[in-house]
Design a protein around this ligand. Structure first.
Ligand code: URA
Length: 292
């Protein structure tokens, strides 16, 4: 004969049985229908109602749980698809605003001020500095890297950490320097949290600024360091191994500028056997610069 423990036991025995079965949390006496439709916040809702429903100051949670408008034909009976809709506090003012802000600038100083005033979302708020540029304004060569690292963020200048020191040594070996004939910036002016590779949304937002930066700096030649820089400026999906060492052209503001992708010095620090390629590329840059 089998005994039904759920019917015949006292509460303490029942609880012990549930614990033995692996239950580790008391939830509720009644089941919850998690597929039942919940009240929907529509776009017509007054802004103050909307902000009461999803407080602005908690972007990471609110951003991904904001309730979308009902889908056409949805009856409210079954599960709904929920699309991620990040709020501006996370993503910043976006590409269109960046394009307008960058296009309105007519000098490097104006561009720097515009970048410092721009809403770069969580990326900018988590950074200590807007890292604009270093080196010689008006230099024939402009170097464009990826994004500041910890050291660059702390000091507020591009390429001042370990990879920057390697870059300076490489430039010196080729008879160049940021004090003399090189101007340096990055695609992204704010350090991504945790030194992560900037994601596509960040790159898309920052691209109008670096493009305008190149236009206003008017270099004869642009050296793109690393895949992020090369892919963003050349608008290609090709990787850096395929791109490096190949002469390209950037078409910016109606002007064609000679350009070349090369290995990023941070990559060379991890893969020192590739330094010979970087050296070869730098010599090709020097030859090209001499002919421009
Ligand atoms: N890496 C970059 O791409 N840029 C910097 O400024 C520093 C490290």
């Amino acid at each position: 004969m089998t005994t039904n423990i759920l019917e015949n036991s006292d509460p303490a025995t029942l609880l012990a049985w549930h614990v033995a079965m692996g239950a580790d949390e008391a939830i509720k006496g009644e089941t919850v229908d998690r597929f039942k439709s919940v009240p929907v916040q529509t776009s017509e809702q007054a802004p103050d109602q909307a902000s009461a429903a999803a407080p602005q100051q908690r972007p990471t949670v609110a951003a991904h749980s904001s309730t979308p408008a009902p889908q056409a034909g949805h009856t409210g009976a079954g599960p709904r698809k929920v699309e991620a809709r990040p709020v501006q506090a996370v993503i910043g003012a976006g590409q269109a605003a960046a394009e307008n802000a960058a296009a309105a600038c007519n000098s490097l100083d104006e561009l720097e001020a515009a970048l410092k005033a721009f809403d770069g979302g969580l990326l900018k708020r988590s950074a200590k500095n807007t890292v604009f540029a270093d080196g010689t304004r008006g230099a024939p060569m402009m170097i464009v890297g990826e994004a500041p690292g910890a050291e660059e963020d702390r000091i507020g200048k591009p390429f001042v950490g370990a990879s920057g020191q390697l870059l300076d040594r490489m430039l010196a070996a080729a008879g160049m320097s940021r004090d003399k004939n090189v101007y340096i910036s990055n695609v992204v002016p704010w350090r991504p949290l945790g030194n992560r590779t900037p994601d596509q949304a960040v790159i898309t937002m920052c691209l109008p600024f670096i493009k305008r930066h190149i236009e206003l700096a008017e270099p004869k030649f642009v050296l793109m360091l690393g895949g992020v820089s090369a892919k963003a400026l050349l608008n290609t999906e090709d990787g850096i191994t395929r791109l490096r060492g190949r002469m390209k052209e950037l078409d910016l503001g109606g002007r064609k500028i000679a350009a070349m992708p090369a290995y990023h010095p941070a990559y060379l620090l991890r893969q020192p056997h590739l330094k010979s390629f970087a050296w070869r590329d730098l010599l090709a840059v020097k030859r090209t610069l001499a002919s421009l």
